[in-house]
Design a protein around this ligand. Structure first.
Ligand code: SAM
Length: 387
């Protein structure tokens, strides 16, 4: 007991003297089957400097802030009850506490590992929305066994976080904002990075009762993803093998299609419109349908004779037409850059939010017709599907 008191006393003293660096409690023997460690550091919040507790679990992390006194009391309660070891780093010493089975304890005091105080993180600082320690990230090869982002996966990691942030914010600004349950379908889910991250975020971080289905034509990916979802106990996440165009989509609040190749994006948008999805979120790629049809007027030939310019123009026109067709179908649209080109060239995101307002279909039809005529476009898949 004496050693526990001494350890906690040194912790409190280091907070007062501002020499506290960080602390870890381990050797967990409490009732939470998933909890492994507690990592403690300081964080600057609107309410001042607080203790940031990161509860490291086997499949994910959870976090909580406490004021200094309250946090110190929690540590005192946990030591010898749930956690049986502690490692405290201050600028004066390192303290290593080990508590034996019969309450006998040992406290080692060593020279300080840290000579300077770490900068206090601000809670504004990017705490990623996606739990880096989640099992699915390991299983999908984004993180190492230690939970570090693999060098080659840094772009993917940024993209996953950006996607989750974007989707969360789009939902918050939509009529779905207050919904406690959401049906989400991810068309062309591929390896499932974004599908898993969305599920983890909505269900585990935001406590929303989300039901998510990924659809993909690659059977082996679907099978692996279902296994990983099971291993993570993500009960309402499932992956279905099949073509987007054949998928019987019924009850859907949010339809996602990220980088679904070429006209698969059109199939996905069409399915979303048909099923009256409240939110349709697509990031198109491989725009192959329009480019070979484009016959730009003579006065643009000096520009569009360059392949790269023609390609960009074809992308712009394709996504512009998709956006107008969504508007004609009763959706307010936004088109913006999703992830900067620095990370991936696939960077447009089209978002449609369903509304009940009157639509000026004649005006929209006129615009669509003029654009097609201007570029000599004979057909566009989404338009065909909607006809
Ligand atoms: C480039 S990957 C994108 C995966 C994931 N959405 C992402 O952004 O990380 C495109 C995926 O869409 C799938 N796909 C393409 N066309 C499809 C279709 N018509 N029906 C079902 N899946 C399709 C492919 O099999 C592939 O796995």
């Amino acid at each position: 007991m004496e050693n526990i008191e001494k350890f906690v006393g040194e912790f409190a003293r280091s907070l007062q003297a501002e020499t506290f660096v960080k602390m870890t409690l381990g050797n967990y023997r409490g009732n939470d089957a998933h909890l492994q460690k507690l990592l403690v550091r300081l964080v600057e919040t609107k309410r001042g400097v607080r203790l940031f507790f990161l509860f490291r679990q086997d499949t994910r992390d959870t976090a909580k802030n406490f004021d200094l006194e309250e946090g110190a009391a929690k540590i005192r309660e946990s030591l010898g009850a749930d956690f049986f070891s502690g490692h405290l780093f201050t600028l004066e010493n390192d303290f290593q506490l080990d508590i034996g089975k019969r309450g006998k304890s040992r406290l080692n005091i060593a020279k300080p590992t840290f000579k300077t105080k770490p900068e206090i993180a601000h809670d504004r600082d990017k705490q990623t929305l996606v739990n880096q320690n989640s099992f699915y990230l390991k299983a999908l090869g984004i993180t190492t066994d230690k939970g570090e982002i693999r060098d080659k996966q840094q772009d993917k990691w940024r993209q996953i976080n950006k996607f989750v942030e974007t989707l969360g914010s789009l939902i918050d600004k939509s009529p779905l904002a207050d919904r406690r349950a959401l049906n989400i379908v991810d068309m062309g889910s591929g390896k499932g990075y974004l599908t898993f991250a969305a599920y983890d975020y909505f269900v585990n971080t935001r406590g929303i009762d989300a039901n998510i289905t990924g659809v993909d034509t690659k059977a082996e990916l679907v099978s692996i993803d279902n296994d990983i979802a099971k291993a993570c106990e993500f009960e309402n996440l499932r992956f279905v093998h099949g073509w987007i165009g054949d998928y019987a989509l019924e009850d859907v609040d949010v339809l996602i299609a990220l980088h679904a190749c070429n006209t698969a994006t059109d199939d996905a948008i069409f399915k979303g419109i048909q099923a009256k999805a409240n939110l349709i979120v697509v990031a198109p790629c491989c725009h192959q349908e329009i480019r070979p049809q484009m016959r730009a007027p003579e006065f643009l030939s000096g520009i569009l004779r360059h392949g790269v310019m023609l390609e960009r123009e074809a992308e712009t026109v394709t996504d512009g037409l998709r956006s107008l067709l969504l508007e004609r179908s009763g959706y307010a649209t936004k088109l913006f850059e999703f992830v900067s080109t620095e990370h991936t060239p696939k960077n447009n995101m089209i978002v449609g939010t369903r509304h009940e307002k009157k639509i000026d279909a004649e005006k929209l039809n006129g615009q669509i017709k003029s654009i097609k005529e201007f570029y000599g476009i004979r057909q566009q898949r989404l338009e065909n599907l909607l006809t």
